[in-house]
Design a protein around this ligand. Structure first.
Ligand code: EPZ
Length: 419
């Protein structure tokens, strides 16, 4: 397994451009199951999870060509014959569950493995199933699989029991081909939900209200093809934003890449970061030392849970004490133990972590456990005294395209060691 060697002390400087968003590309790929017409997706990042999703679609019978260098995928799902997402694939990538809604809506049947838990929490899919059942599907659970059937889904009013990003996406995709009108209440407002709806509209869907808690959908008989660009990855951009702030560097970002990071930018400004915008780019300059600022995660537009670990790495050497609360997932503090091995002073009590800023961290051999915890350890390595060796970086390869190249281009001293 590969590892990453990071020599701390370099300030990130230069310019950064985000790749396509993993969490927008995955639902868009699943949505191609909704049409028998050819589809072209661009700005698709070359990531492990995307490879897993394309492998799943190919297993089902989709024909696809993916040029990883350009980020373009052309797909034709007219020949899909296998309406199943098997356990071997779902257990490696829970987003495979996003095939459930499209398969039931278009083919009247889906057999999808239950994803099981993961490092950051139990992550059930009860809301996905309740929404698709409300649209008239019969749902049976047996042998670790969901079996969903419906002659034709029928529009309904669907109050989501809690805010769930992929749950909202699954129900939107299912309702978009149902007969009649649907209203989804308590929907997730994440930009990736809006991006998926933009893609569905490009194929002919009638959807309004996405980006708000109430989404209205007029079901269609069938979809046409589509040619669609996946949005920029706001979590990748946020990760590099925090890295720039922590290292006291100056990095220019495309304004579009920061469009959905209003709250992280507001907290960074309070922590002492200078933000100077001119036209298409924004210059971010980190202070000599960040000031401690509290953060609490919640669904968009609140502070994103996917930046919580990175924020904690930044607060580890900030001036003062900060309180970081993880309100979305029940076990998303795996980075804490590793940060403490690097010298951080963090006290965890349930969903709350109290971070007392120390003068510096020391490089150490550390272990990646999940995608964003790994990212926080990379950031900690950038500012630590000495060398940090991060093992099991396949977690990082799931969500950060060309990570070491992008960091090295900004002046970081980072090398991937093939293991
Ligand atoms: C999406 O996961 C993202 N993944 C996650 O990003 C992100 O952290 C999360 O949204 C929150 O923003 C993708 O988009 C592929 P949820 P998702 O359903 O949809 C509970 C990353 O690092 N819940 O919004 O699975 C759930 O357990 C990944 O890129 C139920 O109880 O998250 C969690 O506590 C990690 N029942 C909370 O809701 C359900 O049916 C929010 O989960 C669904 C969810």
């Amino acid at each position: 397994m590969d590892s990453l060697r990071i020599e701390g002390g370099a300030r990130l400087t230069g310019s950064f451009r985000a790749s396509g968003a993993k969490n927008a590309a995955l639902p868009c790929l699943a949505a191609t199951l909704l049409t028998s017409q050819p589809v072209r997706l661009t700005n698709v990042p070359a990531l492990r999870d995307i490879r897993t999703m394309t492998a799943l679609l190919a297993e089902m019978g989709a024909r696809l060509v993916w040029d990883e260098a350009t980020g373009e995928i052309t797909l034709d799902c007219s020949g899909v014959f296998r309406l199943e997402a098997p356990y071997e694939l779902v257990r490696t990538m829970r987003a495979s569950v996003l095939c459930l809604g499209p398969l039931v809506a278009r083919y009247g049947h889906a057999r999808v493995s239950l994803p099981g838990g993961c490092a950051i929490g139990e992550r059930p899919i009860d809301q996905h199933l309740a929404g698709i059942e409300a649209l008239g599907a019969r749902i049976d659970l047996s042998h670790g699989y969901v079996d969903a059937r419906a002659r034709r889904l029928v529009g309904a009013r669907i109050p989501m029991g809690l805010v769930t990003v992929t749950g909202t996406m699954n129900v939107v995709m299912a309702a978009s081909l149902a007969r009649g009108e649907s209203e989804i209440d308590n929907a997730a407002c994440e930009p990736e939900v809006v991006n998926l709806c933009d893609f569905l509209r490009a194929m002919g869907a009638e959807i309004e209200g996405d980006g708000t808690p109430t989404i209205h959908i007029q079901g269609r008989e069938e979809f046409g093809g589509g040619d669609f660009a996946v949005m920029a990855d706001r979590i990748e951009a946020g990760t590099y934003l925090i890295g720039c702030a922590m290292t006291g560097g100056t990095v220019s970002f495309a304004k579009a890449d920061l469009a959905h990071l209003a709250l992280p930018l507001a907290l960074l400004r309070r922590a002492g970061v200078e933000i100077a915008g001119d036209g298409e780019t924004v210059q971010i300059t980190g202070p000599e030392r960040l000031t401690a600022v509290d953060a609490t995660t919640a669904p968009y537009p609140a502070f994103p849970t996917d930046l919580q670990a990175q924020w904690m790495a930044a607060m580890a050497t900030a001036d003062g004490v900060s309180v970081v609360r993880e309100e979305v997932f029940e076990n998303r503090f795996m980075h804490v133990a590793e940060l403490m091995r690097m010298g951080a002073d963090i006290r965890v009590d349930g969903a709350t972590a109290v971070v007392r800023g120390v003068d510096s961290l020391s490089g150490a051999p550390v272990m990646a456990t999940d995608l964003r915890a790994s990212a926080s350890l990379v950031l900690a390595g950038l500012i630590a005294r000495g060398e940090t060796c991060l093992a099991r970086i396949y977690h990082l390869d799931r969500g950060y395209e060309h990570l070491e190249e992008k960091l090295a281009a900004l002046g970081a001293r980072v090398v991937r060691e093939r293991g």
